[in-house]
Design a protein around this ligand. Sequence first.
Ligand SMILES: [Zn+2]
Length: 196
Amino acid sequence: MNGVPHGLSATALGAASVPLVGASPWMLAPCAIVAGIAGLTPDLDTEHSLLSSRVPWLSWLVRQVSFGHRGLTHLVPLWVALAALSVYATSGTNAPWLAPLVGAWWAGGLLHLAEDAMTKDGVPLIPGLWTHWHITPRWFHFRSDSLVATLVAGLITIACIALVLVAYVPAAHDALFTGIRAVVGLPAVSAPVGAR
Ligand SMILES: [Zn+2]
């Protein structure tokens, strides 16, 4: 998957993580930015990625230790372990902004791995073997640079933005629930949900 879809979907997920964890709405922009950057970091292992072209020296450093493209920087157990450790380490701190930021970072990075795990090349699950692991069935493995890859990232982006709108904009909340009620055949509520 290319850098722009990775970055946009991770940015949107970072924003959506704020209402999900109950953090202050002031954290929306910081969490979105941090997650967006994290969503680009695994591809520092290739010269031609969006982030590598901005910080070529960092990409060079990463490429010395990454065991090729989709090696160490895409290793699922490593990301999961580091994410769990750092979220655990920061959740008890006095700074209420720290845990949401750290969580957003890992959410952005893990989303990158999840998106790559739907592509033909997959992501590694076992260090040293660099196996091609997928999270979707074989018929839903697409090329990284395909339209489907962009569509998948686009859908994730839209879903996350919708979640943010539903969380903070009463009109969006009402529209969603009115829509769902209409789809399942329930009568519209007399007063807007958000007004009660
Ligand atoms: Zn990648």
